[in-house]
Design a protein around this ligand. Structure first.
Ligand code: GLU
Length: 510
């Protein structure tokens, strides 16, 4: 019987999730939906010392902004509630006890200082030290103490840790859906703490117990968890859950644009682009980091660009709606090697999505400066500017001349293209415009072309001065479209003032 696909995203609320975390959530979601499964949000907050308030809400807001959501989780409930590990505290102890009873775990009473001292001593001899099969015999634990001594310590409420007893000599196999067969020798693994005397499980125990109880079928998570996977495999076996152990898939790291190292939360805005989905202000330090949402990315573009950081459908298609992504997604097409973030590519995705948006939608997203244009004219403006913008908000700067007459004129164009006859050309065209029976782009263009022919002027001589006076820019959308939108009166005004302004700044030519 094939089991129902159930996947989870299980962040620890130790800070806002960066784009790598959102990508993990997305891949889990795509996988779940492709297979008609469930997508669960579990908050792994067993390490209370690292708790950062607000990060759980931040994550839920970020996922919602992206346009998807969880089927079960802290904010929506579900059959396996509660979904916050701190609220499941009572569940874990019995499994730690079970592991002790079956000889797979033991009490250790060593203080942190004692363990550190061992480590330091080994370091002095240029050796590594870990609490494992080769060293546990020299430590204070239920393997070296008598049962009576152990009972005594527990009665006295001596601080303890329950450690997993890693088998001494075994090849541990992790079958990873992305990486294939990963084999680690148990000698390399240490006896990880599973449970502490404060009553809290550690990540490893809580994670395995919850994945089991929540009937998780696939664990899809970042590569940084691959080193923990052999321990997890051993834990499933020790708890007798090997038959229902989830399948593992460890996702490639997200790398900095130069490929040097992992993209980290600490990168904030330092690399010239946001690493967080939404703006975030650290509650402790007050440090601000910008988000994709506020930077002007569309949620669907953001998801599309995230999807391609580590996955490739193997076709030419790059633009995918959520539905298409769900259909096309497969773990086999997720790469093993790290995915380099590229700002150019991220911008490209947003630009592609901008082109697909209707003018009406874009107008609803962007607050344009006050202007005298009608709704229909504004829609035309948006259509003209779209190909030149990456973000909807770029319309404000790229198309500034639609909303106010230029006060500055592109210096390079003035220098190169404003010739002795430029003012005269503008004056002549102003007359043509004045005389135009209807102020329509096609008509204006025809009469302008007639004029150029008559005066034997090339485009290179006649167009730039005209563009300068009307828009202040050296380039832009089709000039006669701009003229039509501005209207006769405004064009004539700009032509007149443009000549005056430019003549003032342009050096006399000889
Ligand atoms: N709580 C872990 C994290 O913060 C989850 C790792 C896992 O998915 O198993 O990423």
């Amino acid at each position: 019987m094939t089991r129902k696909v159930r996947v989870r995203y299980a962040p620890s609320p130790t800070g806002p999730q960066h784009i790598g975390g959102i990508r993990t959530a997305l891949y889990n979601y795509l996988f779940a939906k492709k297979h008609g499964g469930d997508f669960i949000l579990r908050i792994e907050d067993t390490d209370q010392g690292r708790y950062v308030p607000g990060t759980e809400e931040y994550l839920i807001d970020a996922i919602k902004w992206c346009g998807f959501d969880f089927d079960e989780g802290v904010h929506v409930g579900g059959p396996h509630a509660p979904y916050r590990q701190s609220e499941r505290k009572a569940i874990y102890k019995q499994y730690a006890d079970q592991l002790i009873a079956s000889g797979n775990a033991y009490y250790s009473f060593d203080s942190n200082e004692a363990v550190d001292a061992k480590r330091k001593e080994a370091e002095q001899n240029k050796k590594n030290w870990q609490y494992d099969a080769s060293t546990r015999g020299e430590m204070v634990n239920s393997l070296t103490l008598s049962p009576a001594e152990v009972d005594q310590k527990l009665k006295e409420d001596a601080p303890f840790a329950i450690r997993f007893k890693i088998p001494a000599d075994e090849e541990v196999v992790v079958n990873d859906l992305i990486r294939g067969r990963v084999v680690v020798h148990s000698k390399q693994l240490d006896d990880k703490v599973l449970f502490k005397s404060d009553g809290m499980p550690t990540y490893h125990l809580a994670n395995i117990v919850d994945d089991h109880l929540m009937e998780i079928s696939h664990v899809i998570r970042g590569e940084e968890w691959l080193p923990s996977a052999p321990l997890h495999v051993l834990l499933y076996r020790a708890l007798g859950w090997e038959n229902t152990m989830p399948e593992f898939a460890h996702l490639p790291l997200l790398l900095k644009p130069d490929g040097n190292g992992k993209l980290s939360k600490r990168d904030g805005d330092r690399l010239g682009f946001p690493v967080f989905p939404l703006n975030w202000t650290d509650p402790k330090t007050g440090e601000f980091s910008s988000g994709y949402k506020e930077a002007g990315y569309f949620p669907d573009a953001f998801l599309n660009l995230l999807a391609f950081l580590g996955w490739n459908p193997g076709t030419e298609q790059e633009i995918f709606s959520m539905e298409e992504m769900i259909q096309a997604f497969s773990l086999e097409k997720v790469s093993k090697s790290g995915a380099k973030f590229s700002l150019d590519k991220a911008r490209w995705f947003n630009q592609q999505y901008l082109q697909k948006k209707s003018a009406k939608e874009i107008l609803s997203l962007v607050q344009l400066p006050a202007n005298n244009l009608s709704e229909a004219q504004l829609e035309k403006v948006v259509e003209l500017l779209k190909p030149r913008c990456v973000f909807a908000k770029d319309m404000i700067s790229v198309g500034a001349y639609f909303f106010a007459a230029p006060t500055e004129y592109d210096a390079k164009t003035v220098e190169k293209k404003w010739k002795d006859n430029s003012a005269q050309i503008v004056k002549d065209v102003a007359e043509l415009f004045e005389a135009a029976p209807v102020f329509k782009a096609a008509l204006l263009e025809t009469s302008f072309k007639g004029y150029m022919e008559e005066k034997q002027l090339g485009f290179g001589a006649a167009m730039p001065p005209l563009r300068l006076v009307l828009s202040g820019a050296g380039e832009g959308p089709h000039l006669f479209d701009i003229a039509e939108i501005l209207g006769k009166e405004e064009c004539l005004k700009r032509m007149k003032s443009g000549i005056e302004n430019i003549e003032k700044i342009s050096l006399p030519k000889n």
